[in-house]
Ligand binder design. Structure first.
Ligand code: ZN
Length: 177
């Protein structure tokens, strides 16, 4: 999502703080609390880090089940228009009890579940995981026909590489399903 403008940042130094940094939004402003002993360089570094963290948190909150549904509709219209009927899920939702998989699909009841682990990943990665599951509503197996559908998404390979990298870095054993 594009940011229309930079937030106003107010840095507050505290003598009581030794190491901890925190940030919160106060209307249009973002307040960053840092230890008084921080150098200018540390201040710059931490302000950038806290802004990114806050933005990711706000982004995650916007990523609701409704948004996931809307995203599914957009992906179907764009990449699976010839399967507009079969690719539409009955339900699609975020879940946090799915440890070994990024996403999963039950063709029998046309339900799709997407792991909360990808909730803070870039949009194009979420799109890939969701499109992968939508394609399973059309072709349940990992057959050539299935991968041909997935390949319609231009960043499919890049997203698979991204997910592999995340799994490796975190020592997770995650499978595509
Ligand atoms: Zn799959």
């Amino acid at each position: 999502m594009a940011r229309t403008r930079k937030p106003v940042v107010e840095v507050r130094r505290s003598q009581r703080r030794r190491r901890t940094v925190s940030a919160y939004r106060d209307g249009e402003r973002i307040v960053v609390l840092i230890p008084d002993q921080f150098s200018r360089a540390e201040e710059t570094e931490w302000v950038a880090r806290m802004l990114a963290r806050l933005e990711a948190r706000e982004e995650r909150i916007r990523r609701t089940d409704d948004e996931l549904h809307a995203r599914a509709r957009r992906l179907i219209a764009r990449y699976l228009p010839d399967h507009a009927r079969t690719a539409v899920p009955e339900s699609v939702r975020w879940v946090n009890n799915q440890n070994g998989r990024w996403g999963s699909c039950t063709p029998a009841d046309r339900s799709i579940r997407i792991s909360h682990r990808i909730q803070e990943m870039p949009d194009w990665v979420i799109d890939y995981v969701l499109l992968h599951e939508l394609a399973h509503l059309v072709v349940p197996s990992h057959s050539t026909a299935f991968w041909n559908l997935v390949a319609r998404y231009p960043k499919a390979e890049r997203a698979r590489g991204y997910l592999e990298g995340v799994s490796a870095a975190a020592g997770l054993v995650m499978a595509e399903d």
